[in-house]
Design a protein around this ligand. Structure first.
Ligand SMILES: Nc1ncnc2c1ncn2[C@@H]1O[C@H](COP(=O)(O)OP(=O)(O)OP(=O)(O)O)[C@@H](O)[C@H]1O
Ligand SMILES: O=C(O)c1ccc[n+]([C@@H]2O[C@H](COP(=O)([O-])O)[C@@H](O)[C@H]2O)c1
Length: 200
């Protein structure tokens, strides 16, 4: 039987507790060998990121330290340029069965991704609920999966109201982020002075 590997791509600006919870849930629910967290170099649909690639990698490293079945894959940062998931999937070694893990917000957006039809050929899609988003595949994806004889895999992940956007906003406003970040990641952010409001 093929080894099953989970892939959780993200900006991780910064990595938060929902990311880790999602990766652990997918690992357990799908019986994965391990989950690779893949920080994007340049998430082309977004505004420029606040933290550098090396800072985001440092935070990932701190956040997953105690989870032996979570790993970091730097393939997108090493490649540079716009982070197209399809390019990443094509570069991964053949053999394992891949599960692309995503939140319902990104599922809504999925048919805007570069070569999205090919993504769903190369990886299963495992989706988590997310407050503010509906866990429903866009019609074109549903049709495409049907043709492929595949279906979307819903993950048993409790809706978790944490987002990196809110964390950045709270930090800039000097507000608490308790319960949103790993404590050691929070300390790293403080030490490096990340996500502070620009001084007037
Ligand atoms: N609270 C959450 N519940 C479910 N999925 C999540 C959650 N937070 C992030 N994800 C998923 O994790 C992946 C990476 O997310 P990302 O790094 O963009 O974090 P984010 O919190 O969505 O950031 P931002 O607020 O900056 O958009 C995406 O597929 C996203 O849908
Ligand atoms: O391949 C694409 O065109 C594409 C478009 C939007 C998002 N993605 C990927 O989806 C993941 C989550 O993106 P984001 O913007 O929510 O951090 C991350 O790995 C992105 O590279 C990929």
């Amino acid at each position: 039987m093929a080894v099953k590997i989970g892939l959780l791509g993200g900006s991780f600006d910064p990595i938060h507790l929902a990311h880790v919870g999602l990766a652990v849930t997918a690992w357990q629910a799908l019986g994965l060998d391990h989950v690779q967290l893949i920080p994007a170099a340049n998430p082309w649909q977004r505004e420029p990121l606040a933290a550098s690639a090396s800072q985001r990698l440092a935070m990932l490293d701190i956040a997953i330290r105690k989870y032996s079945h979570l790993r970091i894959n730097t393939i997108e940062i090493d490649r540079g340029g716009p982070s197209y998931t399809i390019t990443t999937l094509r570069q991964l070694p053949a053999g394992p069965e891949y599960y692309w893990i995503l939140g319902a917000d990104q599922l809504e957006n999925f048919c805007t991704w570069e070569s999205w039809e090919d993504i769903s050929r190369l990886a299963h899609l495992a989706v988590a609920q997310r407050p503010g988003a509906i866990l429903q595949a866009p019609a074109a994806l549903t049709t495409h999966l049907h043709v492929l004889g595949r279906s979307l895999i819903p993950l048993p992940f409790e809706p978790t109201p944490i987002s990196a956007t809110e964390i950045r906003q709270r930090l800039a406003a000097g507000e608490s982020t308790t319960g949103m970040l790993d404590v050691a990641v929070e300390q790293y952010i403080q030490q490096k002075g990340l996500y502070q409001a620009p001084s007037a």
